[in-house]
Design a protein around this ligand. Sequence first.
Ligand code: ZN
Length: 434
Amino acid sequence: MRYFFVLFFALFELSAVAAVKNVIFMIGDGMGYNQIHISQELLGKKLFLTTLPVSGMVFTSSANNRVTDSAAAATALATAHKTNNQSLGKDPQGQDLPSLLEKLKKTGKRTGLVTTTSLTDATPAAFATHVSNRKEHPLIAQWLLKNKVDLLLGGGRKYFLPLLSQFKKEHYELITSTQELSHILPLKNKRLLGLFHEEHLNYEIDREEIPEMAEEPSLSQMTQAALQFLKNSPKGFFLMVEGGKIDHAGHEIDLATMAREVLEFDHAIEKAVAFAKKRKDTLIIVTADHETAALGFVEATDIPHLQSLQVSAQYMIQKFQKDSEGKFTEESIKTVLKDHAHFPDVTQEELQILQKISNRSVHDASVVLGSLISKRAEVVSVSLKMIQTGNTHGHSSAPVPVFSFGPGAQSFTGTMDNTAIPLKISKLTHVSLH
Ligand SMILES: [Zn+2]
């Protein structure tokens, strides 16, 4: 009997101290509870992520603002420290904060960052960058090189082009198409740099309409390729996957587009869980950095109208034609909104609002068009003024969910602060962040 207990406790101890080998950290940018709920309503089905076995609730405020931006939120998720909005991998005093990725790399794990936005955008950058201003894209590209992240898949080609010869020296293979991504070989001494767009990748909802998107892999394709590339690392891997454009569609109050981005993020989660199910050493964390646009449905919301939308507001803006003075023509606004937004008519007021934004950037104009469409459908959201002038362009302080799967998943339950997530991961992988 005594020996039995000794053996039992020895085994218990062993299982208690065995470190998690692989970590897949999945972040839906701007994916609060309502983004999940709205997507399920518009898609008419349950998302896979809601079937994950463990879930909890996460508060997201930053060091200097109740409402966080993506930079401070990603820094909290990457380093377990709160910082000011706009800061990446630095504390409010400007000191560098070591990230989970950097710590795990030192233990011999291979590392990867995958996103649908530019790779220099806040969420991927926070895991391997230390800059006080998130807008320093060329500098962020240099940090990703300096940290020798083994796999980088996403957009932002223009920031990497000046550094290509240096990336090659560090054994990176450059790929730029879906075709090339499907042929990658996970060689031991090779790193991978996949750049599929000059800036951000296009929206999933527009895939059928934009022929060039054939060259852009989907988030689930990139996730699958990343897992193939990293899976045989002897000491395991750390992979961050971001559904980065859920946030963009949120800022544009473009709910149909947002739902398709959430769905593609969900497909990526499904791929990751299928991978982890075949082994017992892989922890998956799914969460969001913050909620975007305080989105919600109320009784009056015209859900069938939102469900009928088949292209993004961005696509519609680009279909408007301009007259000799550079103003969107009345004719083209009416045609495009009839064909794609399913407006039976366009009011004089709506015409004026849209003609006024003829010279704005596609995103800024889409914010206005998306708001118009959502207003007709009685969607609840943050004001247009807050999107156009706020520090975070319309994020909210609403808590976000966390879901987990695999060894150690149980510790991600209950309510927590965003900094608790990397801290728990660091304990499970036996590295120190504090
Ligand atoms: Zn945002």
